[in-house]
Design a protein around this ligand. Structure first.
Ligand code: C5P
Length: 224
């Protein structure tokens, strides 16, 4: 038990998309399946960690052995993350919507024959950036993801600095790759020290290897 790589550690994972309400029946969403984030949560639990998984709406089952918090919007996700801290390792694999509808309508918007209603957007909180910049209680290892369609590594390096995290797991989600929603993932690990590129592997295998790496990188100090 205590010999496992992450025993005694608390690992926080975000996963899945967020749904941003427009009115009571409509929302803005994205194509994230939650497969990679959920696989990481499961792999961390298998490595002995206490895991809190904060998940947006997904069609896949809750992984066994983790505490799961289901949320819909980015703002709910941030609140759930803040409530789940402190953590030894925080992994932000969710595809959080950058924008939400500015001013959710309390009633269903009706088509009344005139112009379509304008959809105004407001900026969502950046959960990864918020946690990585916490003045107190920042998890010792903060990991972000970067889904890019071009110049993947360059963008990931810029993101590492902008977000203030310790590691970016970058992947190419161009339509031709089949990664978004697919079973495989080819990732690049980007830190201040350099870049390591892995071959395309099943998302479960990527998760196991990532968790092993996080266990090596996370400082030994335990958060209870
Ligand atoms: O800025 P971008 O969305 O490309 O950054 C991706 C990384 O930031 C992912 O780790 C994602 O989970 C996280 N993120 C977040 N909150 C947001 C936007 C992104 O936690 N509002």
């Amino acid at each position: 038990e205590s010999g496992r790589a992450l025993s005694g550690r608390h690992v926080l994972v975000t996963s899945g998309p967020t749904h941003e309400p427009i009115d009571p029946v409509r929302y803005i969403a994205n194509r994230s399946s939650g497969r990679q984030g959920h696989a990481i949560a499961a792999a961390a639990a298998a490595a002995g960690a206490r895991v809190t998984l904060v998940s947006g709406p997904v069609a896949i089952p809750d992984p066994a052995g983790v505490e799961i918090v289901h949320v819909e919007s980015a703002r709910e996700m941030l609140a759930a993350v803040e409530k789940a801290l402190p953590a030894d390792i925080a992994i932000f694999a969710a595809a959080v919507a950058d924008w939400r509808a500015a001013g959710e309508s309390e009633q269903k918007l009706k088509k009344d024959g005139s112009e379509p209603p304008p959809l105004r957007l407001a900026l969502n909180p950046d959960i990864l950036k918020t946690v990585a910049h916490l003045p107190a209680g920042r998890p010792p290892l903060v990991v972000g993801f970067a889904a890019e369609t071009e110049r993947v590594i360059e963008h990931a390096q810029a993101k590492l600095a902008r977000k203030g995290c310790d590691l970016i797991v970058a992947n190419d989600v161009s339509p031709g790759t089949g990664i978004m929603g697919g079973a495989e993932n080819a990732v690049h690990l980007v830190t201040a020290a350099g870049v390591e590129s892995w071959p395309s592997l099943g998302k479960e295998e990527v998760a196991r290897r990532l968790v092993a790496r996080f266990a090596e990188l996370a400082p030994r100090a335990n958060v209870k």
